[in-house]
Write a protein that binds this ligand. Structure first.
Ligand code: ATP
Ligand code: MG
Length: 217
């Protein structure tokens, strides 16, 4: 049983950094740092446990298809992906931030977002944005972007953006301001539903260790 291979999907950057203490709590230490190594498969101090380094938005896909047994993904990514094939037992309270509506400073958002009005929204999160404005009764034209959303209102591509905000420094540096809270975001453990059954003896202690460590933060 202990020889069963366990594959963990993580993205590099903040998720990897903030997951390290959780892995340590479960007795798992990566053999290399993904920022320094170009390897996409990284071994650990356990012969049967490995990490695969994927884009943050691809984590649910690897786990859903069982190419990884579990992974860690932001709630933003999970909402957009949908939960198919994924068991989501834990909010790990890491990589915390907020999904916000932001506009160019001085833009009268209150007037522009009255029920029945129409707004152009640039975002990497079309489903989250569409649901938010549907709830408000505001019509939206959604423009899908893959990054640097802050630019869109500055060059007239959109009236507003829906994006993740933590310090607000990037908005400020670009003359934008957050005007509405959409959702609190943090990262979740996602487990392949089949693996949870077939590799339960291996997975359960790790989930338990993550849970205790996440509570202690
Ligand atoms: P890239 O930045 O390379 O385009 P990405 O945005 O998909 O890729 P990250 O920036 O590492 O990847 O974000 C991964 C996750 O971390 C996001 O899905 C989100 O849940 C969370 N996150 C994003 N931005 C912030 C932030 N400013 N503060 C805290 N957590 C954040
Ligand atoms: Mg990013």
């Amino acid at each position: 049983m202990t020889d069963t291979l366990l594959t963990i999907a993580l993205s590099k950057g903040r998720i990897f950094e903030e997951t390290l203490p959780l892995l340590a709590a479960a007795g798992i230490v990566p053999a290399e740092e993904p920022e320094k190594s170009r390897k996409l498969i990284i071994g650990t101090n356990h012969d049967n446990i490995r990490l695969v380094i994927v884009r943050a938005t691809d984590v649910p896909t690897y786990v859903q298809y069982g190419a990884a047994d579990f992974g860690i993904a932001g709630k933003d990514v999970l909402i957009e992906h949908g939960g198919d094939g994924l068991y989501q037992p834990l909010d790990l309270h890491i990589a915390s931030c907020c999904m916000m509506v932001a506009v160019k400073k001085g833009f009268d958002y209150a007037a522009a977002s009255k029920p029945g009005s129409r707004l152009r929204i640039a975002t990497k999160y079309p489903d989250i944005a569409a649901e938010h404005f549907a709830d408000k009764g505001v019509h939206v034209d959604i423009i899908k972007l893959y990054g640097s959303m802050e630019l869109a209102p500055l060059v007239g591509l959109s009236d507003a953006i829906v994006d993740l905000v933590s310090s607000g420094n990037t908005l400020k540096a670009n003359g934008l301001e957050a005007v509405e809270h959409v959702a609190d975001i943090s990262s979740r453990l996602v487990v392949n539903k089949a693996a949870l059954k077939t590799k339960y003896a291996l997975l359960n202690p790790i989930i338990q260790a993550f849970e205790s460590a996440a509570k202690a933060v």
